[in-house]
Design a protein around this ligand. Structure first.
Ligand SMILES: Cc1cc2nc3c(=O)[nH]c(=O)nc-3n(C[C@H](O)[C@H](O)[C@H](O)COP(=O)(O)OP(=O)(O)OC[C@H]3O[C@@H](n4cnc5c(N)ncnc54)[C@H](O)[C@@H]3O)c2cc1C
Length: 390
C-alpha cells in the first residue's frame, strides 16, 4: 500500500498530524497498534489548554492552537465538530510574598508577546472573582480564555476531517520496523504487512525515543509518570471555577461536570515506555491534601468522600530538557520525521505543532526557522527552559 506519508501512532499528536498533512494535499496513512485512537497518554490527560507560558515559543504555539480550537468547525469544515471546549480560565495563585513581583514580570513578558488578556490580581481581587480562594492567597495571574476540552473528541475530529480528505487509518497495526533504502525512508513493516511512503512521521508518544534510537537518532526524552484523580459530583465544588493552580507547589484542580479533576506532582524516576502505567491508590489523598492550601473547601469535600467517589489515572509525560516538543527530520535519513516530546502539553499543542510539522515537510518552514528541532539541544540556552510546567 502506497501513500505520501505514513504516521506511526494514533494518539492526539498522530491524528492532528494526519489532519494537517492532508490539508497540504499529502496522501496519509496512519497506523495505530490499538483498536482505537487516543487510548494511551491522550486518554490520561487532564485535557486542559492555556496560553499562559513563560517562553515565547510556547505562548505562540498555544495561542495558535487555542484559536484553532475556538474555530474548530471552520478549520476542519465539519459543521457538527464538537470538542467539549470550556473556557473558564486558568488561575495561578500564590501565598509567597516573593512571588507577586516575579508574577508581574512574567505577565509583562506575556503582554509583550501579544498575550494582552492575562490579568494580575492581588488577594482581594482574586477572592472577588473566585470567593472559594484561601485568604492566604496574596496574588494571582488569570486568563479567562484558557480552559479545557475533550481530547478524545478532538482526536476523533482530527481523524474524521483527515479521512474525509483522503487519509486512511489502520487499527491494530503495529509497526515493527522502518524500511530504509540508501539514506531515505521507503516504508514500514507491520504485523499486517508492509506499507510504503517516502515520508514517515513517528508520533508514538512514549515509544518514540526508543523507536528512533534503532535508526541512530538519539534525542533527549525522559518518561515521567504523572497521575490525576477524578472526584465525582459534589455539592461543594464550585462548577464555575477556573483551572486553579497553587503556583507555589504546582498542585491544581478544575471542575469536570459537577465533580472535579485534581493533580499534584509526585517524585518520580524516569521510566521505560509502557502500555500499562499503574496509578497509586494513595494519589487521590495526596492530591486532595495538596489542593486544599489554595482552595480550602476541599478539606470539607475530602471528609466524606468514599473510595467509589474517586478515580485515578496515570500516563507518561515525555519530557525534553526545555519542556518543548521535538518536531524535526532525521539528520541523515531523508523523510524520517519525529513529532513528540510535548512534556505534558500535547493536547493543547497538537494543532499548532502539527501545522508546523506539515510546513516543515512541505518546505514552507525551513530547518533554520524551526524552533523545535533537535539542534537546539546542542546549544541549549538554560534561560529558555519552560518554567510553567504543571
Ligand atoms: C496525567 C497527565 C495529564 C496531562 N494533562 C495534560 C493537559 O492538561 N493538557 C495537555 O495539553 N496535555 C496533557 N498531558 C499530556 C498529553 O496527554 C500528551 O502530551 C499527549 O496525549 C501526547 O499524545 P501523543 O499522541 O504524542 O501520545 P499517545 O497518546 O501516547 O499516543 C501514541 C500512540 O502511538 C501508538 N503506538 C506506539 N508505538 C506504536 C507502533 N510501533 N505502531 C503503531 N502504533 C504505535 C500508541 O498505541 C498510542 O496510541 C497530560 C499527560 C498526563 C500523563
Amino acid at each position: 500500500m502506497t501513500s505520501d506519508v505514513i504516521i506511526i501512532g494514533g494518539g492526539i499528536v498522530g491524528a492532528a498530524s494526519a489532519f494537517f498533512c492532508t490539508q497540504t494535499g499529502l496522501r496519509v496513512t496512519l497506523l495505530e497498534k490499538r483498536e482505537a485512537l487516543g487510548l494511551l497518554t491522550t486518554s490520561a490527560s487532564l485535557a486542559a489548554f492555556r496560553a499562559q507560558f513563560a517562553e515565547a515559543e510556547n505562548i505562540a504555539m498555544m495561542r495558535e492552537s487555542i484559536a484553532f480550537f475556538e474555530n474548530i468547525r471552520a478549520h476542519t469544515k465539519l459543521d457538527d465538530a464538537e470538542i467539549g471546549m470550556v473556557q473558564q480560565g486558568y488561575l495561578f495563585c500564590t501565598t509567597n510574598p516573593d512571588v507577586p513581583a516575579r508574577m508581574k514580570k512574567r505577565v509583562e513578558f506575556q503582554h509583550a508577546h501579544g498575550l494582552t488578556d492575562v490579568e494580575l490580581w492581588d488577594g482581594d481581587e482574586t477572592r472577588k472573582h473566585f470567593p472559594f480562594v484561601s485568604n492566604e492567597v496574596i496574588g494571582a495571574a488569570f486568563r479567562a480564555k484558557d480552559g479545557w476540552l475533550s481530547p478524545n473528541d478532538l482526536t476523533n475530529v482530527y481523524a474524521r476531517a483527515a479521512t474525509r480528505d483522503g487519509a486512511r487509518i489502520f487499527y491494530e497495526t503495529f509497526v515493527t520496523e522502518m524500511l530504509i533504502e540508501g539514506a531515505s525512508v521507503r516504508g514500514v513493516k507491520t504485523n499486517r504487512g508492509e506499507f510504503y511512503a517516502p515520508q514517515i512521521i513517528l508520533a508514538a508518544g512514549p515509544f518514540t525515543k526508543n523507536f528512533a534510537a534503532q535508526y541512530a537518532w538519539d534525542f533527549p526524552i525522559n518518561l515521567i509518570r504523572r497521575q490525576h484523580a477524578a472526584v465525582k459530583e459534589h455539592a461543594l465544588i464550585p462548577h464555575y471555577a477556573p483551572m486553579t493552580i497553587d503556583a507555589d507547589t504546582g498542585a491544581h484542580w478544575r471542575p469536570e461536570a459537577r465533580g472535579a479533576i485534581l493533580a499534584v506532582n509526585t517524585a518520580e524516576a524516569p521510566s521505560e515506555p509502557s502500555d500499562d502505567i499503574k496509578p497509586d491508590w494513595e494519589f487521590p489523598a495526596l492530591a486532595l491534601d495538596a489542593v486544599t492550601r489554595v482552595s480550602p473547601f476541599w478539606e470539607q469535600v475530602a471528609e466524606n468522600l468514599r473510595k467509589g467517589d474517586l478515580d485515578v489515572r496515570a500516563g507518561q509525560y515525555d519530557m525534553t530538557p526545555d519542556a518543548k516538543p521535538i518536531i524535526d527530520e532525521h539528520p541523515n535519513v531523508r523523510g524520517f520525521f519525529v513529532h513528540a516530546g510535548y512534556s505534558g502539553h500535547g493536547v493543547m499543542g497538537s494543532a499548532a505543532g502539527s501545522r508546523m510539522l506539515a510546513d516543515l515537510m512541505t518546505g514552507k518552514l525551513s530547518r533554520d526557522e524551526n524552533a523545535f528541532g533537535t539542534a537546539r539541544f546542542e546549544k541549549m540556552d538554560m534561560n529558555a527552559l519552560e518554567k510553567m510546567v504543571l
